[in-house]
Design a protein around this ligand. Structure first.
Ligand code: PPS
Length: 567
C-alpha cells in the first residue's frame, strides 16, 4: 500500500489500558489546559503532530528553536510546549505523572513530566517568529498569555477533546487516510485556509487539483486562527456552500483543529508536515502563507515568497510536494478567472482585496456575483452586519479624577437618547463594588479587574450592545489584551481622558490625592503607582477648559466617523 495511506501511530492508551489509565489519572495532580494547549494535545494524540510523542522536552525545544529539528534530527519547525504557571510548576517533581484536563474538567490525557525549564522567550520570539515584536500575535501570546515555565514529556491519550459542532466534518489523520483508501485516492492536494472561500479560491484549488492530477481536500483550520478572523461556524457554513461547486467525488472537506501561530515560513513547513500526516501528497502554499500582518513599524514580518522558498527547500523531508498558489483575477471580457500572470495586456482585470471586502461588508455595500457565491455572501452578512448594527466598546482610560466617569455618563445618556442598541456602563467604581469587591490596587489585582471588565465588554459587544468602560486601566499590555478580546466581536474605541496629573490633583474631587500624598493611600496611580500613557488611542480628550457635553460630542463624532452610529 502507498505509504501515505497506511495507518500512522497515535498516542492513545490501548483499549484495555484506557480504563486503568483513566481511573489512575483521576487521582493525579492536574493541569487545566488552555484552548491552545487543547488544540495541540488533540493533534499530538491523533498523530497530526507525528513524530512528536508528547510536549517537547528542553533538548528538543532548544533544537527546534535553533535548527527547526528535534534532537534526533527530524524536521520540526514549531515548538509544541506545555506552558504553565510558576506556582503549578513548583508543585511538581520530575518524573511525576499529571492529568491534563479540558476546560470542563474532563481528563483528556496524562503526561509524564521529564523536563521543566524557564524558556528564553526573547530567543523563541526572534528565532521562531522572526521578531521580538508584540504586533506578532504569537509573540504577544508568548509574552502575555503563555505561562513562564515549560513542561515536557511523553503523553498518553485517554480521549479526544469533545466537539459538539460539525462532527461529521472532523477527521483524525487515520480517518482521512482510511477515507482516501476507500475512495481510491492516491494523489491528494490539500488546501489550507482560515478565511471564507470565494470564486477565486474555488478556481485556484480546482486548477491545482487538475494540474497535479490529484483529488482535492479543503482542509480549513477551525482551532485558533488570527485574532479578528471570521469565526469558524460562519466559515464552515460558507465552505459547505462552495463544496457544491466542485465536480462531485473529486473533492472533500475536513476540518483541522489546529492552533495556528501565524509563523509564515516555519508555519508553512509545519502545515506541510501536518498534511503529510493526514495522508496528503501535495500542498498549496501561497504568497505570504500564514502571514501575521504588519509589524509595529508598519512593515511585513516576512517577505511574500519566504514561505514558498523555505517549503521548497524542505519538500523532500516534509514528504509532500508544494503547489504554487496562483493569484487569480477575474477577466471581465472573458467572464472568467485566470492566473494574474497569464492575462495578456489590454484586458480588464477585476479583483477585490480582503480589506475591500471587509469594508463592503461593514458598510453594507454590494458584493458582486463575479467575486463570490450568493450563499457565501449571505452567510457573511449574517455574521458581519454593517458596523452601524454591530456591538462595540468605548473604553475610557485616564487618571483618577480625570473626568472619565462624568464623560462616560454623558455619552451613555446621549447614546440611549439615540436608541437602537442597549447601552451598559461599566464604571470603575461600580465594577469594583459589584464585580471586583475583593480586589485591591496591586498590579495583579488591577489586571484582574480590567480583564473582568474586558470579558463583560466583549460579551456585550458580541451580543450587539454598546459597552462603555471607565476604569483607570493603567497598564498598556492589559488594555491591549482587552482590545483583542473585544475586537473579536466588534470595534474597540479607546478614549484617553488626558487630564494631567497636576490638574487631577488640583481638582481632587474625592480628596484621594491628599491622602495619597500623605501616604495613607498606597499604590495611588500617578502618585506612587505607574500609568502607561496610551500611545495611539482612537481619541485623546483634553478636558481642561472643555465642557463635559463637548467631550461627549467629540466621542459621538468619532463613532460616527468610524461608521458605528448613523450620521
Ligand atoms: S484600575 O487600576 O483600573 O483597576 O482602577 P479602577 O478600578 O478604575 O479604580 C479606580 C478608583 O478607585 C479609587 N482608588 C484608587 N485609584 C487609584 N489608585 C489607588 N490606589 C486607589 N485607591 C482607590 C479611585 O476613586 C478611582 O476612581 P476614579 O473614578 O478613577 O477616580
Amino acid at each position: 500500500m502507498q505509504s501515505n495511506l497506511i495507518t500512522i501511530p497515535e498516542l492513545y492508551a490501548s483499549g484495555h489500558d484506557i480504563q486503568k489509565t483513566k481511573i489512575k489519572a483521576a487521582e493525579l495532580l492536574s493541569w487545566d489546559l488552555t484552548p491552545r494547549q487543547i488544540c495541540d494535545l488533540e493533534l499530538l494524540m491523533n498523530g497530526g503532530f507525528n513524530p512528536l510523542k508528547g510536549f517537547l522536552t528542553e533538548g528538543d525545544y532548544n533544537s527546534v528553536v535553533e535548527n527547526m529539528r528535534l534532537e534526533n534530527g527530524k524536521l520540526w519547525p514549531i515548538p509544541i510546549t506545555l506552558d504553565v504557571s510558576q506556582c503549578f510548576a513548583d508543585l511538581l517533581k520530575i518524573g511525576q505523572n499529571i492529568a491534563l484536563r479540558d476546560q470542563e474538567g474532563v481528563i483528556l490525557a496524562t503526561i509524564t513530566v521529564t523536563d521543566r525549564w524557564l524558556p528564553k522567550k526573547k530567543r523563541e520570539a526572534v528565532m521562531v517568529f522572526g521578531a521580538d515584536d508584540l504586533a506578532h500575535p504569537a509573540v504577544n501570546y508568548l509574552y502575555n498569555q503563555a505561562g513562564p515555565v515549560y513542561l515536557g514529556g511523553p503523553v498518553t491519550g485517554i480521549q479526544q477533546p469533545v466537539h459538539y459542532d460539525f462532527r461529521n466534518r472532523r477527521n483524525t489523520p487515520n480517518e482521512l487516510r482510511a477515507y482516501f483508501r476507500k475512495m481510491g485516492w492516491h494523489r491528494i492536494v490539500a488546501f489550507q485556509t482560515r478565511n471564507p472561500l470565494h470564486r477565486a479560491h474555488q478556481e485556484l484549488t480546482f486548477r491545482a487539483a487538475k494540474e497535479t492530477q490529484a483529488n482535492l481536500i479543503i482542509h480549513p483550520v477551525v482551532g485558533m486562527t488570527k485574532p479578528g478572523d471570521i469565526d469558524h461556524f460562519t466559515r464552515v457554513r460558507c465552505y459547505e456552500a462552495v463544496l457544491d461547486q466542485y465536480p462531485s467525488s473529486t473533492t472533500a472537506m475536513s476540518l483541522l483543529n489546529l492552533a495556528m501561530r501565524m509563523a509564515g515560513p516555519r508555519e508553512a513547513v509545519w502545515h506541510g508536515l501536518i498534511r503529510a500526516n493526514h495522508g496528503c501528497t501535495h500542498f498549496i502554499v501561497g504568497r505570504d502563507h500564514a502571514g501575521p500582518g504588519k509589524n509595529s513599524a508598519g512593515a511585513d514580518f516576512y517577505s511574500p515568497y519566504e514561505a514558498q522558498e523555505l517549503f521548497r527547500n524542505f519538500q523532500d523531508e516534509i514528504g509532500v510536494e508544494m503547489v504554487d498558489f496562483k493569484h487569480m483575477v477575474y477577466v471581465q471580457e472573458r467572464a472568467q478567472y485566470e492566473p494574474a500572470d497569464e492575462v495578456e495586456d489590454g484586458f480588464n482585470v477585476l479583483d477585490i482585496s480582503g480589506t475591500e471586502l471587509r469594508r463592503r461588508l461593514s458598510e453594507g455595500l454590494d458584493i458582486p456575483e463575479w467575486f463570490s457565491f450568493p450563499q457565501v455572501v449571505a452567510e457573511l452578512r449574517k455574521s458581519r452586519p454593517p458596523r452601524a448594527k454591530q456591538g462595540f466598546t468605548v473604553f475610557f482610560t485616564g487618571y483618577s479624577g480625570s473626568g472619565k466617569s462624568t464623560i462616560a455618563n454623558a455619552l451613555m445618556i446621549k447614546l440611549m437618547e439615540m436608541g437602537g442598541r442597549p447601552v451598559t456602563l461599566l464604571d470603575g467604581d461600580i465594577v469594583r463594588k459589584n464585580l471586583s469587591s475583593e480586589l485591591g490596587f496591586s498590579k495583579e489585582h488591577r489586571d484582574l479587574n480590567i480583564r473582568r471588565i474586558g470579558y463583560v465588554a466583549s460579551e456585550i459587544t458580541k451580543n450587539g450592545g454598546i459597552a462603555i468602560c471607565a476604569p483607570i486601566a493603567p497598564y498598556a499590555t492589559t488594555r491591549r489584551a482587552v482590545r483583542e478580546e473585544v475586537e473579536a466581536f466588534g470595534a474597540f474605541v479607546e478614549v484617553h481622558v488626558a487630564t494631567s496629573i497636576d490638574e487631577c490633583e488640583r481638582r481632587d474631587r474625592k480628596g484621594l490625592y491628599k491622602l495619597a500624598r500623605a501616604g495613607s493611600i498606597k499604590e495611588f496611580t500617578g502618585i506612587s503607582d505607574p500609568y502607561d500613557m496610551p500611545v495611539a488611542p482612537e481619541l485623546r480628550l483634553e478636558t481642561e477648559h472643555v465642557e463635559v457635553d463637548n467631550c461627549a460630542h467629540q466621542i459621538l463624532l468619532k463613532l460616527e466617523n468610524m461608521g458605528l452610529i448613523g450620521a
